[in-house]
Design a protein around this ligand. Structure first.
Ligand code: ZN
Length: 54
């Protein structure tokens, strides 16, 4: 159960495998690669998730 749960979330950059940085405010929640390869924004109130890959 825990293993399948973890697969739904990306915790490391798909490019460089570096741990992603987390930040959040009242509007959205962001995970991003410190090297700029990957950014994921989750808007809780909209139920929307946006992923940027460079
Ligand atoms: Zn990266």
């Amino acid at each position: 159960m825990l293993r399948s749960f973890k697969k739904l979330f990306i915790d490391n950059c798909p490019e460089c495998n570096h741990a992603l940085n987390y930040s959040s405010n009242h509007l959205f929640y962001t995970k991003s690669c410190p090297n700029g390869h990957f950014t994921e924004e989750t808007y809780h109130h909209l139920g929307v998730r946006i992923i940027y890959k460079n």
